[in-house]
Design a protein around this ligand. Structure first.
Ligand code: NAD
Length: 366
């Protein structure tokens, strides 16, 4: 009997050894089939501007699409910036980024849009002193109308678009209207910077690392009417996850100073730097695309300006910032979150501003 068990044990060992060896051989052979990924073509408009200049090296380093995704950068700017654009191209070459497989630097919108898989629209017309709101809107509407057509005709199928240039939500809406064959779900605008700012404020207040804070929400417009909402946000503590409201234990601060600090953060940066936010905007644009393409971590949502489907009573036909989760390259709005009276009023106010912007933008088309 004892001999039987010894033989059985030896046989099991032999089988396990064979399985392990076989597995190693398969993995070794698989590594020969490890075909490098095709480069992804990423367009950055306004590439010589502040954000563009911070953004292109991040993309070339793999911060946007991951450390194993080669990229070909397409950079567009306007004629007066052509020389500077060439300078940025020279710097990209000099930086010898291993993932950067090519650079297209052009002032021709058709060449810029050709076969791009991702388009980050940073170029736009800034508001200058003495300019009416309608004049700025009018300039940007014509830029986004023209670039929408170029993207529609020349970008790769299923191109994902992120509009950064202000008024970001409305520029994205114009782009959507004038590129009807690009699915509405592929056109988004950046509110991730506001989302990250809100997490930053909570982490500073609670003296925890920002990565321990999650599920804040930015509702609405990327403007001072946006509503940064922490009602569903949590913070990881040594005793597990805790609602942010409970951890902060100061509703007055959360309902007043916290909200205005996030809403006015852009202005505070301009006051301090004498220039608008650039590195944080570039980094947030990378966060936005990375999560959209590669997915949000389980149990976590992010804020994205997306085409409203009527969720949370927000009118369809607006690009509005919602909480979203992303999986397999698709975002979906987080449904069923409880909205209290305070939040409702703020969510409606920012929607109203977007509706007004939409009317103004359409009046510029005539
Ligand atoms: N959504 C956000 O969170 C967020 C945050 C910060 C800034 N912004 C906005 O991003 C935009 C860019 O900011 P910036 O600081 O880089 O500005 P910037 O003025 O430094 O750069 C803008 C660039 O766009 C170029 N440009 C102008 N018209 C163009 C066109 N038709 N096609 C291509 N390029 C064009 C300009 O030549 C310039 O190089 C601004 O509209 C700003 O308000 C948005």
């Amino acid at each position: 009997m004892e001999y039987f068990y010894i033989v059985l044990f030896q046989k099991i060992l032999v089988v396990l050894f064979c399985v392990a060896l076989f597995w190693k051989i398969i993995r070794h052979m698989w590594s020969f089939l490890d075909i490098p990924k095709e480069p992804c073509r990423v367009l950055v408009t306004g590439a010589t501007g502040q954000i563009g200049y911070a953004l292109v090296p991040m993309i070339a380093r793999g911060i946007m699409l991951g450390p194993d995704q080669p990229v070909i950068l397409h950079m567009l700017d306007i004629e007066p910036a052509a020389e500077a654009l060439n300078g940025v191209k020279m710097e990209l070459i000099d930086a010898a980024f291993p993932l950067l497989k090519g650079v297209v630097a052009t002032t021709d919108v058709v060449e810029a849009c050709k076969d791009v898989n991702i388009a980050v629209m940073v170029g736009g017309f800034p508001r200058k002193e003495g300019m009416e709101r309608k004049d700025v809107m009018s300039k940007n509407v014509s830029i986004y109308k023209a670039q929408a057509s170029a993207l529609e005709k020349h970008a790769a199928p299923n191109c994902k678009v992120l509009v950064v240039a202000n008024p970001a939500n409305t520029n994205a809406l114009i782009l959507k209207e004038f590129a009807p064959s690009i699915p509405a779900k592929n056109i988004t605008c950046l509110t991730r910077l506001d989302h990250n700012r809100a997490m930053g404020q909570i982490s500073e207040r609670l003296k925890v690392h920002v990565s321990d804070v999650k599920n804040v929400i930015i509702w609405g417009n990327h403007s001072s009417t946006q509503y940064p909402d922490v009602n569903h946000a949590t913070v990881t503590t040594s005793k597990g996850e805790k609602p942010v409201r409970e951890a902060v234990a100061d509703d007055n601060w959360l309902n007043t100073e916290f909200i205005t600090t996030v809403q006015q953060r852009g202005a505070a940066i301009i006051k301090a730097r004498k220039l608008s936010s650039a590195l944080s905007a570039a980094s947030s644009a990378c966060d936005h695309i990375r999560d959209w393409v590669l997915g949000t971590p389980k149990g976590t949502w992010v804020s994205m300006g997306v085409y409203s489907d009527g969720s949370y009573g927000i009118p369809e036909g607006l690009i509005y910032s919602f909480p979203v989760t992303c999986e397999k390259g698709e975002w979906s709005i987080v449904k069923g979150l409880k909205v209290d009276e305070f939040s409702r009023a703020k969510m409606d106010a920012t929607a109203e501003e977007l509706a007004e912007e939409k009317t103004l933008a359409y009046s510029c088309l005539n």
